[in-house]
Design a protein around this ligand. Structure first.
Ligand SMILES: C[S@@+](CC[C@H](N)C(=O)[O-])C[C@H]1O[C@@H](n2cnc3c(N)ncnc32)[C@H](O)[C@@H]1O
Length: 225
């Protein structure tokens, strides 16, 4: 018997002992996707920033839901010219199509992962915000790849709180961003198996162990001068 076998404690992996995710569809259809719950509580916490002219990627659902009647315009950004309802068709990393100092807020959820040239994308985001405008950003840390998006725009990055702080600090100013990590090893395993919030307790979802960031959120404001 090898030394590792004598010291190994039994672990019952139960239903986790499978090579494909237990569910599928990122937890949608089973309940509330685990990462979405936190994306939405982050936006709810910063709802006061969702006001004026608010840019959002792909769909304006969050703009109206969190901004309500504080929102005067809800333009949409899409990289694909065929996307219905896009106000702006532009690649954030090649920013010629977007206006300067134009948006009061930019809700950028789960999108930077698809953009290879991150510093250029963040420079564009900074340029298009009004002075005093706010970026509400979410990016994945520990997460599976989405084949649909990978096939369309490429799935390039996963993040850490430090990389987000450094990425935003390079343009918005060092320490300007309020960056938070979310989740823990259990919630991460649930997410990788595409389970839903309803599969875990509130305490299990709320516990954050910063070694296991499934989701990273950041709020950063463009300097007013
Ligand atoms: C899965 S959606 C994510 C957006 C959505 N906001 C969300 O919360 O899930 C991926 C989006 O990334 C956008 N995208 C991909 N590459 C981009 C780029 N280089 N510049 C701007 N948007 C891009 C696409 O337009 C697409 O709508």
């Amino acid at each position: 018997m090898s030394p590792t076998q004598t010291t190994r404690l039994p672990v019952d992996l139960g239903e986790l002992r499978c090579l494909s995710p237990i569910h599928g569809g990122f937890g949608g259809g089973r309940g509330r996707p685990i990462d979405r719950d936190y994306i939405e509580s982050f936006l709810a916490r910063h709802a006061a920033d969702v006001q004026g002219r608010v840019l959002k990627v792909a769909a304006s659902d969050y703009t109206h839901r969190f901004g309500g009647n504080r929102v005067h315009a809800a333009p949409l950004l899409h990289v694909d010219p065929a996307h219905p309802g896009a106000t702006w068709t532009a690649d954030l990393a090649d920013d010629a199509a977007l206006p300067t100092s134009h948006f009061d807020a930019f809700i950028c959820t789960q999108t930077l992962r698809y953009i290879f040239d991150l510093p250029r994308a963040v420079a564009t985001v900074h340029r298009i915000l009004e002075p005093g405008g706010v970026l509400l950003l979410t990016v994945p840390g520990i997460s599976q790849i989405n084949p649909y998006d990978r096939a369309r725009w490429g799935e390039h990055w996963r993040f850490t709180p430090q990389s987000v702080q450094r990425l935003l600090g390079g343009t918005f100013g060092e320490g300007a961003a309020e960056v938070l990590a979310h989740f823990n090893v259990l919630a991460d395993i649930g997410f990788l198996h595409e389970l839903a919030c309803e599969d875990l307790d509130v305490a299990e979802l709320d516990h954050t162990d910063d070694r296991y960031p499934m989701l990273i959120t950041a709020r950063v404001q463009k300097s007013a001068d």
